[in-house]
Design a protein around this ligand. Structure first.
Ligand code: AP5
Length: 247
C-alpha cells in the first residue's frame, strides 16, 4: 500500500518534471564511456560540481542493491562478481527507474551506461520518448597498462553517498584506509582483483567499439596517460563540452 502511494507520487513528480520544468529548462545528459578504471567515476564527480547535474553510475547502483540484498541486487551479483555485464533488460529497467527520480531532474552524467550497442539504442529511444536526448558523449581511453595500474591500486570509500576513490600510489589517503573527506573506511572492490579485472577488460574490448561508433564523429575522445592529472582531464572535457554547445 505505502509503496503504491510512493510510486504514484514518483510518477506525478516525474510528470511535472517533464511537462513543467523541462519546458523552462531542458535537462542535459552526458555519457561517459571508457574501460574499467578509465576514470569515468572520478571525472563524473568533478563534472557534477561544475555543471550542477547529478552523477548516475550504474555500477554504484548495482553495488548498492547488492549490499541491500534487493531482488535487483541478487540478479546482478553473479554477473558483476565474474566481471561480466548484467543483461541489458535488467540494466535498462534499472536505468529508467533511476532517471525518473527527482535527483535527475536537470539530467544526468551517465557513468557506465551505455556499455553495449543495444543499451545505446535503448537510451536514445527512452530520451527521445521524453522529448530530450544525449547532449555529448565522452570517451576516456587510456592504454591498458594504465587501466590495470589504476584498478589494482584503487581504494573506494565505503560511504555510499561519498564513494570517493583513491590510488595507493598516485593519490593515497592522508590516513591509510580512511577517506580524507567523510572519514569512513576505504575498501578494495571485489571486482578489482586481477582475474576479474582481466575479464572486465575483455568484455570492454568486445562491446565498446560499436558503442563508440554509435556516437560517431560527435564523440569527444581523450587519451589520458599515467601522468595526466584529474584536473587536466576535467578542464579538457569542459572546454570540449562548451565548444559543442556553441556550435
Ligand atoms: P562500474 O562500477 O561501472 O565499473 P567500470 O566501468 O569497470 O569502471 P570503474 O568504476 O572500475 O572505473 P572508472 O572508469 O569509474 O574509474 P575511476 O574513476 O574509479 O561497473 C561494475 C560492474 O557493474 C561491471 O563490470 C558490470 O558487471 C556491471 N555494470 C555496470 N554498468 C553496467 C551496464 N550498463 N550494463 C551491464 N552491466 C553493467 O578511476 C580508477 C582509478 O584511477 C581511481 O583509483 C582513481 O583515483 C584513478 N584515476 C582516475 N582518473 C585519474 C587521473 N586522471 N589521474 C590519475 N588517477 C586517476
Amino acid at each position: 500500500m505505502t509503496s503504491t502511494i510512493l510510486e504514484r507520487s514518483d510518477r506525478t513528480t516525474f510528470w511535472l518534471t517533464r511537462n513543467v520544468l523541462w519546458r523552462l529548462r531542458k535537462p542535459r545528459y552526458i555519457v561517459l564511456l571508457g574501460g574499467p578504471g578509465a576514470g569515468k567515476g572520478t571525472l563524473a564527480k568533478l563534472l557534477m560540481e561544475v555543471l550542477g547535474i547529478a552523477h548516475l553510475s550504474t555500477g554504484d547502483v548495482f553495488r548498492y542493491e547488492i549490499s541491500n540484498n534487493t531482488e535487483l541486487g541478487l540478479k546482478a551479483k553473479a554477473y558483476i562478481d565474474a566481471g561480466k555485464l548484467v543483461p541489458d533488460s535488467i540494466t535498462f529497467a534499472m536505468l529508467k527507474r533511476e532517471l525518473t527520480r527527482w535527483k535527475y531532474r536537470n539530467g544526468a552524467i551517465l557513468d557506465g551506461i551505455p556499455r553495449t550497442l543495444v543499451q545505446a539504442k535503448m537510451l536514445d529511444h527512452l530520451l527521445d520518448a521524453w522529448g530530450v536526448g544525449v547532449e555529448s558523449a565522452v570517451l576516456l581511453d587510456p592504454d591498458e597498462e594504465t587501466l590495470i595500474y589504476r584498478l589494482s591500486n584503487r581504494l573506494t570509500c565505503s560511504n555510499k553517498s561519498c564513494g570517493r576513490t583513491y590510488h595507493l600510489v598516485s593519490k593515497p589517503p592522508q590516513v591509510p584506509g580512511i577517506c580524507d573527506v567523510c572519514k569512513n573506511p576505504l575498501y578494495q572492490r571485489k571486482d578489482d582483483v586481477p582475474e576479474v579485472i582481466s575479464e572486465r577488460l575483455s568484455t570492454y574490448r568486445t562491446e565498446s567499439k560499436p558503442v563508440c561508433e554509435h556516437y560517431g564523429r560527435g564523440l569527444i575522445v581523450l587519451k589520458p596517460t599515467k601522468e595526466t592529472t584529474e584536473k587536466t582531464v576535467l578542464s579538457e572535457v569542459i572546454t570540449a563540452l562548451r565548444a559543442r554547445r556553441r556550435l
